[in-house]
Write a protein that binds this ligand. Structure first.
Ligand code: AMP
Length: 220
């Protein structure tokens, strides 16, 4: 049995053409079903639904053989585990669920001036490793405030000066009167594979990896 860990939403929707290329069709809609283990048309392949941030953990411990998650999630996971120590193999950038990690502030906050003055910035984020590295590389002193969601709220109620969050269309920032002031990095989702499982189940896992590789859409 091959177990693939996915999260609901954009990643689930955008992985479907790649799964189809591997001859895999998920038989239930996760938006309609409450099931956490979804069958596929292939009796030897099943999908487990987990939070995006849990995908590397499930794959690392062998709860799933492979999974799909954003580079943001992988960076935060490897900051916790140390790169190369988690037993994860990352063979493919799948070029799906593309977005960016950015710094945003209230439209009335003078970010450039605060940085120039060497002020200590309060930054709210779920992405503490990415934020810490970015501000350290700029020589900006920050107090990081770890949040798990609704980051956009933090500057609006004075919890922080800035946020570091994923931005796609920019509509969420705009709706909350926030502006993007720095683009930290581009993000897309990657295939993550358990290295030990790859040895144990080499042929079926390789077939899936190769089919995904052949179906990745070319760079824009
Ligand atoms: P947008 O309004 O299109 O810029 O989307 C921003 C909101 O969607 C933020 O709350 C982000 O955390 C979230 N978001 C955007 N892109 C992604 C992605 N690829 N994966 C997960 N969350 C995302």
């Amino acid at each position: 049995m091959i177990t693939l860990a996915l999260s609901k939403g954009r990643i689930f929707d955008e992985i479907m053409p790649l799964l189809a290329a591997a001859g895999i069709e998920v038989l239930e809609d996760p938006e309609k079903s409450r099931k956490l283990i979804l069958p596929t048309n292939r009796p030897d392949v099943r999908v487990v639904l987990v939070r995006a941030t849990d995908v590397p953990t499930y794959v690392q411990y062998g709860g799933a053989d492979l999974g799909v998650c954003g580079k943001d999630t992988l960076i935060e996971h490897s900051a916790e585990w140390g790169a190369g120590r988690s037993g994860l193999y990352l063979p493919l950038d799948l070029r799906i669920a593309q977005c960016r990690v950015s710094v945003a502030v209230r439209s009335d906050f003078d970010y450039a001036q605060a940085v120039k003055q060497g002020s200590r910035l309060k930054v709210a984020t779920k992405y503490t490793a990415i934020a810490r590295d970015f501000f350290a590389s700029k020589g900006v002193h920050v107090d990081l405030i770890k949040l798990y969601g609704s980051m956009e709220l933090a500057p609006l109620i004075g919890l922080s000066d800035a946020i570091v969050d994923l931005v796609s269309t920019g509509n969420t920032l705009k709706a909350n009167h926030l502006v993007e002031v720095e683009r930290i990095m581009d993000i897309s989702s990657h295939l993550v594979v358990n290295q030990a499982m790859l040895k144990l189940k080499q042929a079926p896992l390789r077939r899936i990896i190769d089919a995904f590789a052949g179906a990745i859409r070319p760079a824009d």
